[in-house]
Every structure is written in C-alpha cells, then in structure tokens.
Ligand binder design. Sequence first.
Ligand code: NAD
Length: 249
Amino acid sequence: MRLQGKTLLITAAGQGIGRASALACAWEGARVIATDVQPALLETLASEAPQVQTAVLDVRDGAAIAALAAQLPPLDGLFNCAGFVHEGSILGCDEAAWDFSFDLNVKSMYRVTRAFLPGMLDKAAQGSAPSILNMASMASSIKGFPNRFVYGATKAAVIGLTKSIAADFVARGLRCNALCPGTVDTPSLRGRIANAPDPVQAEKNFIARQPMGRLATVDDITPMVVYLLSDESRFVTGQALSVDGGVTI
Ligand code: NAD
C-alpha cells in the first residue's frame, strides 16, 4: 500500500483522469477526498468506491474552497486536476474565453493550494512529506499545438506556478510537481471528437499525435499520479513530468 496513512484531496474527480486517480489512490491505501462541481458524478464514484469520501466543490468558488479546507484535516497530498480545453487560435479566443480558461485552469490552483498549503506545511513540520501535483499538459511550455492557444497558455502557467511553489517550499519539506499527459481517452476528449465536423477523422488525428499510435487510457496516467503523491518521489520536486506516448521524443 503505497499511500497508506495519507489523506489526499483531488479536484475534478468526477470523471476522467481525476476519477481514475481517486480510485487508484484509494486502492493504494489513501483516504481520498474526491471533489467535483457535478454532484451526480460524485454519487456514482461513491457507489464504486465506498472508501472514497466525496465533496461537491467548484474550484472557481473561493468561499467554498475555504469552507472545505476548514472542515478537513491537514492534507498529505493535493492533486489540482480541474481544467478545461478551449479550442481555437488567438483569433477564436475572446476576452471572456481567455478569462474563463485562466480562472478554471490556473487561478483555481492558486485558490485551492493557498487554502490547503498551511495545513500541509504543518504536516511537513511534523516530519511527513506532503506533495502537491498540478495538472498541466504536453500542450503548454513543452510543445505548441494548433488550436490550443489559451489552453496551452494556461498549462504553461501551471508549470510556472508549480516551479514557484516548489522553490518557495522545498526547504520546508513540501514538494510540488506538474503532470503533462499526452492525449487521454476521457469523456471530454470524446466530446471534442463528437463535436468535430468529421468525428472519424478527428479521432484519427488525435491518435496520430502519439508516436505510440494510440490514445492514452486513464490507467496509463494514474501510476504517475500515485508515484508523485507517494513518498517514492521524495527527491522529485519542481518538475513537469510527461506521460505522452512519445510526443515529445
Ligand atoms: P474531463 O475533462 O473529462 O472532466 C473534467 C472534470 O472537471 C469533470 O468531472 C467536471 O465536472 C470537472 N469540473 C469542471 N469544472 C469544474 C469546476 N469549476 N470545479 C470542479 N470541477 C470541475 O477530464 P480529463 O479529460 O481527465 O481532464 C482532467 C484534467 O487533465 C484537465 O486539467 C485537463 O486539461 C487535463 N488533461 C487532459 C488531457 C486529455 O487528453 N484528456 C490531456 C492532458 C491534460
């Protein structure tokens, strides 16, 4: 049990990578607080894994984040997973779309981390090794992709935010890393494929991005999540770790 005794909180755990991560961490012995803005998704998660505690949380709502942080014990691990893919170039991104993406993909991490960090630092002072994991993407400062203008900008910001937190708190025993997946088969990816003018071709194009010749499954990503939230990664901080099927070879 690689996460035995740890209390973790995961945002956007209702579906996709966040949900699979909540289950993987629980199977490794963690007490997992799985949060999402959609209550219905959390109900099905709780029925699948009774040991996972669920809480409705909108990561855009600072008051709700503060209220949840006040209720919970200090965390050993935090996975800021929530994010949204806006499709289009700069010409298709008006200020409202820019602000929405930065609020959900980046400012949410500032809000959630700021609320839970003091408790995590207390845990670090008591000798445990708390870890923060932020969801970035290969579409970021790592690589540019067409029609991922504001998405790539937000995920680059996540990497910068991650490195700053890592630098500020490394000497106090807290680690912070970013995860950069390739294209992962999740409900929102299926939605992007279904909404494309030619869904069959769109799926082929998404697959073709990975030299390994397939989409990632969520189970390709969760081992890295478990590793980065566990003490196995105790000498790893400030890194943007790619799990991308060879995209960035
Ligand atoms: P998804 O997009 O299918 O699901 C997103 C989840 O986020 C949903 O459960 C939704 O209810 C929740 N959510 C939306 N707004 C929220 C809010 N305001 N507060 C709390 N929760 C909210 O899941 P996914 O595709 O696994 O993506 C998860 C993360 O992984 C995102 O940050 C995404 O950018 C990133 N990512 C995904 C891929 C991919 O190919 N799927 C690749 C790289 C990175």
